[in-house]
Design a protein around this ligand. Structure first.
Ligand code: PMP
Length: 352
C-alpha cells in the first residue's frame, strides 16, 4: 500500500478469488468454472470478431441484448450486459443502497457482497442462515433496505423455490430485491418470469458457469426498463465499453447454441449426482446442491486438513476459514474423469 491511498480504500478487505496456481498442474475444483470448453459457435464468432478489434465495441451491446432478451422472453430494454455478473451486482449496490438503505444479505453467501458494500461505503446487515444453512425468507420480509439473495446460494448450493422469492418481492414493493442466479441453470428455479410483474426485482445471471465462459467475463441483469436505465447511468459513468468485441460475439454464439447449453447443464447435473453418491459412500455429509459445486464435510477430518491433503495430491478445492462452515469444502463439479480421480484420492486420504 502506498502512503497516498485514501482511507476508504486502505481500510478495505478486498475479495479473495480462488487460487489460480501456475507452478503445478492441478485438478481445479476451486472456482466453479466449467470443465468443458465453450460452444464451438461462441469460439467461431469470437475468432471472427478478433479482426475488428481496432474498433470500439457497441456500448449498447444491441445484438447481444436482443439475443439474451429473446432467450429469456423479455424486451432488450429489460436487459443490461456487464463484465461478468460481478459488475451488474456492483452497479446494484451503487444504485440502490446508501446510508439510509443498507444492503441486506445472508451471513453465509457470495463473499463479494460484503466487499461491494464496503467499497461503496454502504452499511450492510448480514442475516444468519438457519442451522440447516437455508435462507428463511421470513427473516427478510420486514427489513428495510436492499436485499441481495443468491439463489441457489453459494457456497451452500441450496436453492429456494420461486414462491418464496415472490413472497419476498411482494412483501415490500418499495424495496429492491436482487436475485443473483449465477448457478440457477443447474437445477434452480429462475424468477426472470416475474420481471414483468414486479418493478422492484432485479435478476442477475452469468455466462461464466452454464455457458463455460468464465474467461470471457460476461454477465447480465434483467429487470424493468426503469431499473435497467438506472444501471446504464452507472455503466455510462464508469465504462461504456464494458463488453469487449470478442466477448460480445462469443455471447451471441453461446446464447444461440441451445443444444450445447442444455447438454452442458445435463452433464454437470449427472456428474454432481455421481460425486454426491460417492462422497456419501465415503461418509461425507453434503448439503442439497442445485449448483455446479457441492458443499461437503467429513466427520473424521477437518475442512482445512482435507483441503491440504487434497492440495498435496494435486486437487484444488475451496475452503473457507469462516465460522460455521470451516469444516466444509466447496468442490466444483468437474468432468467425469476429474470426479473419479477426486473420489480415488479421497478414498486414499481417508484410509490413511
Ligand atoms: N454470484 C455468485 C453467487 C458467484 O459465486 C459468482 C462467482 N463465482 C458471481 C456471482 C460472479 O460471477 P461472474 O462475475 O463470473 O459472472
Amino acid at each position: 500500500m502506498s502512503r497516498f491511498l485514501n482511507e476508504k480504500i486502505s481500510g478495505l478487505e478486498p475479495y479473495v478469488p480462488g487460487e489460480q496456481p501456475k507452478e503445478r498442474k492441478y485438478i481445479k475444483l476451486n472456482t466453479n468454472e466449467s470443465p468443458f470448453p465453450p460452444s464451438e459457435n461462441a469460439i467461431k464468432l469470437a475468432r471472427e470478431e478478433a479482426e475488428r478489434l481496432m474498433l470500439y465495441p457497441d456500448p449498447e451491446c444491441r445484438e447481444l441484448c436482443l439475443a439474451v432478451a429473446e432467450e429469456y422472453g423479455v424486451s432488450p430494454e429489460n436487459v443490461i450486459m456487464t463484465n461478468g455478473s460481478d459488475e451488474v451486482l456492483n452497479f446494484a449496490f451503487m444504485a440502490y443502497c446508501d446510508d439510509n438503505t443498507p444492503a441486506i444479505f445472508p451471513d453465509i453467501t457470495y463473499g463479494f457482497y460484503r466487499v461491494f458494500a464496503d467499497v461503496n461505503g454502504i452499511p450492510c446487515e448480514e442475516i444468519p442462515l438457519k442451522d440447516d444453512f437455508t435462507v428463511d425468507i421470513e427473516d427478510y420480509v420486514s427489513k428495510r433496505g436492499t436485499v441481495f439473495i443468491a439463489n441457489p446460494n453459494a457456497p451452500t448450493g441450496i436453492a429456494l423455490p420461486l414462491e418464496k422469492i415472490e413472497e419476498l418481492i411482494r412483501a415490500n414493493r418499495d424495496r429492491i430485491v436482487v436475485i443473483d442466479e449465477a448457478y440457477v441453470d443447474f437445477g434452480g428455479e429462475s424468477v426472470v418470469s416475474l420481471v414483468g410483474k414486479y418493478d422492484n426485482l432485479l435478476v442477475t445471471q452469468t455466462f461464466s458457469k452454464s455457458r463455460s465462459m468464465a474467461g470471457a467475463r460476461l454477465g447480465f441483469g434483467i429487470a424493468s426498463r426503469e431499473i435497467i436505465a438506472d444501471l446504464n447511468r452507472i455503466k455510462y459513468s464508469t465504462n461504456p465499453y464494458n463488453i469487449n468485441r470478442m466477448t460480445a460475439a462469443a455471447g451471441i454464439g453461446a446464447i444461440k447454441d441451445k443444444d450445447y447449453f442444455v447438454n452442458n447443464c445435463e452433464q454437470i447435473i449427472k456428474n454432481r449426482a455421481y460425486v454426491t453418491e460417492e462422497l456419501k459412500n465415503l461418509g461425507f455429509e453434503l448439503l442439497d446442491s442445485k449448483t455446479n459445486f457441492v458443499f461437503a464435510k467429513h466427520p473424521k477430518m477437518s475442512g482445512s486438513e482435507l483441503y491440504l491433503e487434497l492440495r498435496n495430491r494435486g486437487i484444488l478445492v475451496r475452503h473457507f476459514n469462516k465460522e460455521r462452515i470451516s469444516d466444509f469444502l466447496r468442490i466444483t463439479i468437474g468432468s467425469e474423469d476429474e470426479m473419479r480421480e477426486l473420489i480415488l484420492v479421497l478414498t486414499e486420504i481417508l484410509e490413511k
